[in-house]
Write a protein that binds this ligand. Sequence first.
Ligand SMILES: CSC[C@H]1O[C@H](OP(=O)(O)O)[C@H](O)[C@@H]1O
Length: 352
Amino acid sequence: MSEHSISAVSAVQALKWSDRGLEVLDQRLLPGDMVYQTFDTAQGVAEAIASMRVRGAPAIGIAAAYGVVLGARAAYARDPAHWKRAIEDDFAVLARSRPTAVNLFWALDRMREAMAAIEGDPVPALLAIARRIHEDDLAANLAMGELGADILAGCKGVLTHCNTGALATGGYGTALGVIRSTWRRGALERVYATETRPWSQGARLTVWELGQDRIPATLLADSAAAWLMKSGAVHWVVVGADRIAANGDVANKIGTYSLAVLARHHGVKLMVVAPTSTVDWATAAGGDIVVEERDPRELLHPVFLGSDSVIDAWNPVFDVTPAALIDAIVTEAGVVANPSPHTMAALRGKAR
Ligand SMILES: CSC[C@H]1O[C@H](OP(=O)(O)O)[C@H](O)[C@@H]1O
C-alpha cells in the first residue's frame, strides 16, 4: 500500500515522512488546531512520543521506526564506518519514551533485524522497512475492520473508550476501524464514546474523528458508562490495546478494566481490537505488564491550582483486563473467541 493510499483511506494522518524528517500531528492541540511539527532526530521523535504529541500503540511503533531512520541518517553522515555502534544510543532513547505499548519495542526489533544485513548507506533500506511497518498497520486495520464488523453487524449500540482511530494507528483505526466498517455496512445504530479522562482522548479525538466521517456519536462522562449499560443501549464495548499478554490479558487505557467489569455485570460483550504487533508472546500474563504512570500534574494542575504538600495524585494511564472478561480479541490474523492461553496459542503461528 503506497503513501498515497494511506491518505486515501484515512481522513487524517498522525504521521507523515518527508525529506525534512518525520512530520508529527501534535495531538495535544486537537481538535482545535491541526499543527504538524517536523522532527529530524531520534531524540526528537522520542520526545514526541513521551509528550504524547503522537500517541496510540501502533502509531507509537511507527513513529519509533521512523526515529531509527533519522538516527541512522545522522550516524552514517557522522561516521560511515561506525554508524551501527553509534545508533545504539538512539535505540535506547526511543525505547525509554513510553513503557506499556509493546508496538514500540516490536517496531524497534524489526528495525534492528533489518539493520544487521545493511552495508553502506542505511537510509534507503531502513526507510523501506519503516514505510512497510506503517503501510502494513493500515492494511491490518482494514482487515480487522471487516472481521470485527462481521461480529458486530446488526448491533444496536457500541461503546468505545479512548481513541483507537487513524490518529492512534497507521490509519483507519483498530476499535474505531471496526466501528467505521460496521457503520459503512449500515449495520450499526449508534456509537457511544467515553471522554476518557484525564487526557480526554475520547472527547477530543474520537468524537472529532467520528464527526469527520459523519458517524453519529454520543459523548459521555467515564462515570456515566454503568448507567448507560443499565439502560440497554449498548450491546458491545469495543476497545483497543497497548499490550496483550500470551494468555489474553489486555493492557489498555485506564478505565478499560472498569468497563469490562461493568459489561460483564450488564450482559454486554467486550471486544478488543489490535494488530498482532500488540501481542507480546514474551509476557505470560497481565500481571507482568509495566503500567505507565504519568505526571500527577496532568490530574492536579487543571483543577487544583494551589500547591499543598499533603495533596498528591495517582495517574496510571493504563490498566489490565483479565482475559476472562473479554469475549473476543480481533486481530488481522483472525479472531480469538474467549481468549485463554489455549485459544491464544492458535494465533501464535500467524503473527507478523
Ligand atoms: C489503537 S490502540 C491505541 C491505544 O493507545 C491509547 O493510549 P494512549 O492514548 O495513552 O497512547 C489507548 O490505550 C488506546 O486503546
